[in-house]
Design a binder for this molecule. Structure first.
Ligand code: MGD
Ligand code: MGD
Ligand code: SF4
Ligand code: MO
Length: 691
């Protein structure tokens, strides 16, 4: 064939607009190039300002993940014992018929013995909680409290500012001081980092507050490597410095805040000396941080805080978020678009959740709510008056709890129950899918329609299917539609198709614009709280929360030491944090070879002195352990770990680790002060050479 003939044979290509589905604040706009029905390239949409035409390495590899030889493309039924991972192919019809016949008698006894378990494998509003929620509401199944990520900080923010609201991310480019607090932005919030870099070029000072010396910390002017779970102490000491130097916007405080005299008194107890001791950092560092922040008030320059979720996965995470969220009001930072704070922007989105999820299908029933963090214990509980019915069936979608939930020794025992009926909707045979009775093949973002919000910017994105479903994969929505039919549910809402669901999500938005461009910006003011207007009960920034006080909680933010505070004595003297690995997204992508090759192997970063004290050399295989379990991985002697703290990066698949476990073998099911969230980074361990 001549080369021109070969060129003629190439089918024409097409570009389809989409949205990155992953649990990442950036919610990028995608452009997928399709040729002959095959997705050959996924790129960032250059027209979308937040995406700027750039994707992270992970999602640039989306075709590799989608066409992965190990994609699950047929329904599978378990043949071996629970957890053995042995399955045989079955038809959709036989799988759905059998699943319905297993669920019906349980539902007839008590539908609350059935539990949905899902999180943000996709953040799509349609393939997330729409048809699935309708199904479980109609059934009367137990409700799930989806707390595993940001519940503590979310609650802290809502109690202080009134919602998951904050600065528009694009204005960080104009800030003069940026505190990057509990965030490894280069790894997990790349498109914010672009704005931070722009600000840096324009002369802004960047300060990173993180126990780990991350790649982000490397590029900031200063790094404050505090001990995990001590952020509230740092914020309160900053307040004290602002008070004693009178770097305070009295006018803003008088008009737009509640509880200043009380907060003032509390903050005055936090001397530099006390905070330095609690945080494990030099006094001078805290003093300088407060001075930088106060100077922005004196010079009327915008000071911004990018607070991320890393600091709220400890016992006092809710209070710490409250303390930090008070800071911008003290210096009147909210007056300028480039001042204030951003933790999550998701509260800005006018999503009609009831239309999507139809809680009215419950009628008069009020099922119990189970917390996804304590799935390990809950799966092992017997029927009792305080718990209710023992969990008999579990339907998992958009989540990999055996890998990501805390205290995985317990999670595994729960999933291993031979009398538990488990259905897992998945792309891959994950650690969780290994324990399924049925694995149902789900479509990826390239194969289905969806509509998105973002928790890091303020644009709505639409995702159009770029290719047909691979193999026999079906959308989550279609699986629940068909399951509903097999259960005999005949409400017309089970007939809504995905486009209809997309249109229901934002009744106030122009859908035609979304179809044409793929995204639409929310009409929002540049500086949301420039003249107050906080959507709290008092309409003010609530330093003091009567709502919390009425629940018997402290109305003011305070420092609550970790359950497992660093510095305490043997047997577990080291604090372990387990933040994201750059090339994975939680446990997603761990099975994509090219990305796993970059991460290498499960690692524990440890400071040289802590390693030397244990006779551990770089590259040695170590055993990390506490009362909950033991985990083997490779030690990396690294400046990224401060003394007293070890970093177990990323949520590896258990079965791809050295001994079939991961870091969550060591984490606990204890809950945070607010929001009933997880305490992944509140975890003491010991490390020794593995024998
Ligand atoms: N590449 C990548 N991107 C991701 C993810 C991923 O797994 N990989 N995960 C996504 C998800 S689910 C989320 S929720 C988001 C946000 O997820 P986050 O957990 O906010 O992710 P990071 O930005 O890495 O921030 C965590 C940082 O907080 C630090 N940290 C730990 N404990 C403390 C503490 O007590 N105080 C302070 N100040 N810092 C602490 C860690 O060392 C780490 O550098 O990221 C998303 N983006
Ligand atoms: N030790 C430790 N543990 C942690 C964390 C930590 O920092 N340290 N981070 C925590 C945080 S912040 C979070 S958010 C949780 C995340 O926990 P999860 O939400 O469970 O996130 P993933 O591990 O990414 O698993 C998502 C799964 O959903 C699947 N999936 C994706 N899209 C679809 C779809 O359209 N349909 C179906 N059926 N499946 C789909 C993917 O294949 C993947 O296996 O993990 C938590 N666990
Ligand atoms: S994971 Fe985050 S940075 Fe990567 S493409 Fe998706 S939204 Fe963008
Ligand atoms: Mo998360």
């Amino acid at each position: 064939m001549s080369s021109s003939a070969a060129r003629d044979a190439t089918p024409p290509s097409q570009q389809i607009r989409g949205a990155c589905p992953h649990d990442c604040p950036d919610t990028c706009a995608l452009l997928t190039t399709v040729q002959g029905g095959v997705a050959i390239r996924v790129q960032g949409n250059p027209e979308h300002p937040q995406t700027h035409g750039v994707l992270c390495t992970k999602v640039s590899r989306y075709p590799e993940r989608t066409y992965h030889p190990q994609r699950i493309l047929q329904p599978l039924k378990r043949v071996g014992h629970k957890g053995a991972g042995q399955f045989e192919r079955v038809s959709w019809d036989s799988a759905l018929r059998d699943i319905a016949s297993r669920l019906k008698p349980i539902a007839a006894r008590d539908p609350q013995a059935i539990l949905p378990y899902s999180y943000a494998g996709t953040m799509g509003l349609v393939q997330g909680e729409s048809m699935a929620a309708r199904f479980f509401h109609q059934l009367g199944a137990s409700l799930l409290d989806r707390t595993i990520c940001a519940a503590a900080g979310g609650e802290g923010l809502v109690r202080t500012l009134g919602g998951k609201l904050g600065m528009k991310v694009e204005f960080f480019a104009q800030s003069k001081l940026i505190l990057i607090w509990g965030s490894n932005s280069i790894g997990s919030n790349l498109h914010f980092w672009r704005y931070a870099l722009e600000a840096k070029r324009l002369g802004a000072k960047l300060i990173c507050i993180d126990p780990r010396k991350t790649e982000t910390a490397d590029k900031c002017h200063e790094h404050i490597a505090l001990l995990p779970g001590t952020d509230a102490a740092l914020a309160l000491a900053m307040m004290r410095e602002l008070i004693v130097h009178d770097w305070l916007d009295h006018d803003y405080i008088d008009q737009h805040t509640l509880g200043w005299p009380e907060l003032r008194e509390r903050a005055l107890a936090w001397t530099l000396e006390r905070a330095a001791q609690v945080c494990g950092v030099p006094q001078a560092q805290i003093e300088s941080l407060a001075r930088d922040y106060g100077r922005c008030f004196i010079e009327q320059q915008p000071a911004a805080i990018r607070l991320n979720y890393g600091m709220q996965r400890v016992r006092g995470g809710g209070n710490a978020t409250r303390a930090i969220a008070c800071l911008p009001a003290l210096i009147g930072a909210w007056r300028q678009p480039a001042g204030g704070l951003l933790f999550s922007s998701s509260g800005h989105f006018p999503v009609d959740k009831s239309a999507l999820q139809r809680p009215d299908l419950l009628g008069a029933r009020t099922p119990r709510t189970l917390n996804m963090v304590s799935i390990g214990d809950d799966l092992q509980r017997a029927t009792s008056s305080d718990f209710g019915a023992r969990i008999e069936a579990l339907i998992v979608y958009n989540s990999n709890p055996v890998a990501v939930a805390p205290d995985s020794g317990q999670v595994v025992q729960g999933f291993a129950r031979e009398d538990l009926f488990t259905v897992v909707l998945e792309h891959f045979q994950t650690d969780t899918a290994d324990y399924a009775d049925y694995i149902l093949p789900a479509t990826t973002q390239l194969e289905h329609d969806d509509i998105h919000l973002s928790y890091g910017h303020t644009d709505v994105l639409l995702n159009r299917a770029a290719i047909a479903p691979l193999g026999e994969a079906k959308t989550n929505t279609q699986i629940f539609r068909e399951l509903a039919a097999h259960m005999g549910f005949d409400d017309p809402c089970f007939a809504d198709d995905d486009e209809a669901l997309c249109r229901l999500a934002y009744p106030s938005l122009d859908y035609a614009q979304l179809l044409a461009r793929g995204f639409a910006s929310l009409p929002l003011p540049d500086a949301p709280f420039a003249s107050g207007g906080f959507p709290t009960p008092s309409g003010k920034c609530e330093f003091y929360s009567a709502t919390l006080a009425a629940q018997g909680l402290d109305g003011l933010p305070d420092h609550l030491p970790n359950y497992e505070a660093a510095g305490s004595s043997a047997p577990y003297p080291l604090a372990m944090i387990s933040p994201p690995a750059r090339n994975f997204l939680n446990s997603t992508f761990v099975n994509v070879t090219s990305l796993r090759d970059i991460e290498g192997e499960p690692l524990l970063e440890i400071a040289a002195a802590d390693a030397a004290a244990r006779g551990i050399q770089n590259g040695a295989v170590v055993r990390v352990f506490n009362d909950r379990g033991s985990y083997r991985c490779t030690a990396r002697l690294s400046e990224r770990a401060r003394s007293g703290v070890v970093n177990g990066l990323g949520v590896w698949w258990r079965k791809l680790g050295l001994d079939g476990t991961n870091v969550n073998q060591l984490t606990s099911q204890r809950l945070t002060d607010l929001g009933r969230g997880p305490t992944f980074y509140d975890c003491l361990v010991q490390v020794e050479l593995a024998r």
